[in-house]
Write a protein that binds this ligand. Structure first.
Ligand code: SAM
Length: 275
């Protein structure tokens, strides 16, 4: 039987993958969760019809959203991850011996359950003793936090449904307050090709709150357009002069050189973030 899955990445463009098997499908209070076994990318987590991560290319996104802030901070001991229920960012953060505590704040417990059951390579560190999991809306969670975290990573879904507020100024102000005086924040901010307005708006919002704001890029084949952006707000440290501490071994995308080069933006992307 020929079974194909298509994500309509824009009204006029789709990503299609041949599917061996649908391993899991459930409608939760928050979203529709599917785990597909695809021939090209292996196991794939799909939320509300949008690819979140796949066995074949997850390392790019998870390494880049985690190591760039964690390698920049000289002593990242307390880390907060909002979203990220698949556990990929937790796995990368757990590679740092300096990290003493990782709090994962995920709104939908069933994403975590699905990842533990079907994506063990990605979710492997969720049982690490340093990891505390809170099932709650990240927007609510952050409100009561102040001067607490060294690094905050917002590994959210696209700005639809419960994730909309994770792209708003009030949330970024709370993030700023929740960080220590030398804290660093990073968020995934979508595709420069298809989400130019979002990148422009989010960059402006973060820049109006954080003294140092940067955009960097990585290449993720299953995300719309394949070119993905991350926006980093820092209270003190520049990611262009990372600390120089040891990078965890075994990364497949992230290196010290990739760290630097990811901030070199093509002109059309640079123009998105210029005043
Ligand atoms: N790597 C992914 C991407 O860019 O496509 C993101 C993956 S991760 C699975 C995103 C998670 O964010 C989802 O599991 C979703 O339930 C969670 N999420 C969405 N809104 C949230 C909120 N307000 N608070 C906490 N978690 C949220």
């Amino acid at each position: 039987m020929k079974l194909w899955y298509t994500e309509k990445q824009t009204p006029n463009l789709g990503l299609s993958c041949k599917v061996k098997e649908t391993l899991y499908f459930v409608q939760t209070k928050y979203q529709e969760i599917a785990v597909l076994d695809t021939i090209q990318f292996g196991r794939m987590l799909v939320l509300d019809g949008m690819v979140q991560t796949t066995a074949a290319d997850e390392f790019v996104y998870h390494e880049m959203i985690s190591h760039v802030p964690l390698a920049t901070h000289p002593s990242p001991s307390n880390v907060l991850i909002i979203g990220g229920g698949d556990g990929g960012a937790v796995r990368e953060a757990a590679k740092y011996p300096q990290v003493e505590k990782i709090t994962l704040v995920e709104i939908d417990s069933q994403v975590i359950e699905a990842a533990k059951r079907f994506l063990p390579e990605i979710s492997s560190a969720l049982d690490d003793s340093r990891v505390k999991i809170k099932i709650v809306d990240g927007i609510e969670y952050i409100r009561s936090r102040q001067n607490a975290y060294d690094v905050i990573i917002v590994d959210s879904t696209e700005p639809v449904g419960p994730a909309v507020g994770l792209f708003g100024s009030p949330f970024y102000e709370e993030v700023f307050r929740a960080l220590k005086t030398d804290g660093i924040f990073v968020a995934q901010t979508e595709s420069p090709f298809f989400n130019a307005d979002l990148i422009r708006t989010v960059f402006r919002r973060i820049k109006s709150i954080f003294p140092h704001t940067y955009l960097y890029l990585a290449s993720v084949p299953t995300y719309p357009s394949g070119l993905w952006s991350f926006t980093l707000g820092s209270k003190k440290y520049s990611p262009l002069q990372p600390e120089g501490k040891d990078i965890p071994s075994g990364t497949r995308y992230y290196t010290a050189q990739v760290h630097q080069s990811s901030f070199s933006l093509p002109r059309f992307v640079q123009e998105l973030i210029e005043e």
